[in-house]
Design a protein around this ligand. Sequence first.
Ligand SMILES: *[C@@H]1O[C@H](CO)[C@@H](O)[C@H](O)[C@H]1NC(C)=O
Ligand SMILES: *[C@@H]1O[C@H](CO)[C@@H](O)[C@H](O)[C@H]1NC(C)=O
Length: 248
Amino acid sequence: MAVAFSVVFLAFIASALEPLSSQPQLQCSACLAIAELVGQKMNDTAKLKTTFQASHRLDARNKVKRIDYESSELRAYEILDGFCNELEKDYIFRLGENNLRLFSSNKSLTRANYYGKNDKKELRSVSKRLRDICNEITEEDDTKIISLIKKERYLDEFQQKLCFSEGFKCCGTKKVEASKEKERERREKWLELKKVKDEKIKARAEREKRKKEREEEEKKRREESCSTTVDYLLFHFIPFNLRVEHTW
Ligand SMILES: *[C@@H]1O[C@H](CO)[C@@H](O)[C@H](O)[C@H]1NC(C)=O
Ligand SMILES: *[C@@H]1O[C@H](CO)[C@@H](O)[C@H](O)[C@H]1NC(C)=O
């Protein structure tokens, strides 16, 4: 029974993050981005701290049970309302500080490059994939994220639980680490090819520059030799008495 359950559960996790499944490190980055933006909204809405009566039942201490807004389902739904649109707009595919590509809202990071044709194909409409992952986490499988929004208060713990341990477990796995390694190799290869290409372009520009210089020199030499001829003619055909520079 437990085995059957965990098999179903694992299948569920795997299908929950189908988009970008060939690049697990980006699935992880998508999850962290989602956690970051949810965290930001949690902090924004935490300021509206009010309590509301949850039910008419009395709790263990004979008090009417009241739920504060911060731990309520209502707040979670408000945070998730229109969430993926905002995420897609703010989180762009960029090159992170450690040379790994990620979804980030940090505008001082440059946009990421594709590392060749295959990579480009694999990451086709990458921001739409981010949105797909977002929809799956926040709509199709929302109970995990909602219970975490209700419980957690700090971003690092929220990210830890959503993406590493309790929720989607799409970060920190061997698969993710291996794909980071692959990503680094892909980048190295791309940089290597780019270097060769850039060098070729540079060499061609250099050749063209030299050719132009040679042509300029040639032109100047022709003009000079022409004016030497003129000097020569002038010297020989000017009457003797006007050749001031020669005295006999
Ligand atoms: C809310 O902001 C505080 C202070 O910047 C931060 O420590 C905390 O992690 C934030 N919480 C979430 C859920 O993002
Ligand atoms: C954004 O990226 C820059 C450059 O890597 C970094 O110095 C800065 O701390 C980042 N900002 C945030 C808010 O993470």
